[in-house]
Design a protein around this ligand. Structure first.
Ligand code: ADP
Ligand code: ADP
Ligand code: ZN
Length: 222
């Protein structure tokens, strides 16, 4: 089972991907996370991507598709993939088809998280993650159950992304509208797009996604 979570920055892709990983043992392939790791490690890719990401623009198609290819190669063939934040352009969508086909995989579902743009700045400026395990949280919508302690790993350190500010969010949204939203028709033509109301409470969104992927994922797991 290979699925794409599609939606603008702050739509809830990362949060829902983490939940799918926990429930179904699928693997989250987030190009944003891969790029941030590359920036942190100071690799050649990271050095090229850093300033682009800080501006909220898109990193080159060749770079992100290469990262996805490497991650797919490292996965057991039977493990399902959740593409989070990839593809973001028509060229990436084409590259993904080739990458999957070359590895005997195919795309099962594209789940579009529909959200009001007005809500996104709030979502993004309130977002933070556990510095130890990466679990996502939000100042208003998903705080750790015990203040200052990560629900998942018990860590006490949290971090915020430098690009999660109101100004950069506007650039990221413009990029989404101009380059990413236009890839939906490619998948609509294949009849694999499912729409989910991303404005619903977190658990309701999870339940809806579960309805869409749950049975198949459970069957694969055996
Ligand atoms: P994306 O990966 O699409 O950029 P995230 O999953 O990181 O988005 O979500 C952005 C922020 O909004 C996070 O802090 C998350 O906790 C919060 N969030 C996600 N989905 C919802 C929701 N349905 N309702 C309220 N807050 C949400
Ligand atoms: P969000 O889902 O909140 O928009 P991501 O973590 O997916 O954020 O991406 C953060 C930044 O990393 C993007 O603004 C962009 O600069 C870069 N990036 C991530 N994925 C891609 C991609 N598939 N193509 C080009 N740039 C990407
Ligand atoms: Zn943690």
């Amino acid at each position: 089972m290979n699925i794409i979570l599609l939606g603008p920055p702050g739509a809830g892709k990362g949060t829902q991907a983490q939940r799918l990983v926990e429930r179904h043992g699928m693997r989250q392939l987030s190009t944003g996370d891969m790029l941030r790791a590359a920036v942190k490690a100071g690799t050649p890719v990271g050095l090229r991507a850093k300033a682009v990401m800080e501006r909220g623009e898109l990193v080159s198609d060749a770079i992100v598709s290469a990262l996805i290819g490497e991650e797919l190669d490292a996965m057991p063939p039977g493990q399902g993939a959740i593409f989070d934040g990839y593809p973001r352009t028509a060229a990436q969508a084409e590259a993904l088809d080739v990458l999957l086909e070359g590895r005997g995989r195919h795309l099962d579902r594209v789940i579009e998280l529909e959200v009001d743009e007005d809500a996104l700045v709030d979502r993004i400026t309130g977002r933070f993650t556990c510095a130890t395990c990466g679990k996502g949280y939000h100042d208003k919508f998903e705080q750790p159950k015990l203040p200052g302690t990560c629900d998942r790993c018990g860590g006490h350190e949290f971090k915020r992304r430098p690009d999660d500010n109101a100004e950069t969010v506007r650039t990221r949204l413009a990029e989404y509208r101009a380059k990413t939203a236009p890839i939906l028709p490619i998948y609509e033509a294949r009849g694999i797009v499912w729409r989910v109301d991303g404005m619903a409470p977190l658990d309701a969104v999870t339940a809806e996604i579960e309805r869409i992927v749950g049975d198949e994922a459970a069957a694969e797991r055996g």
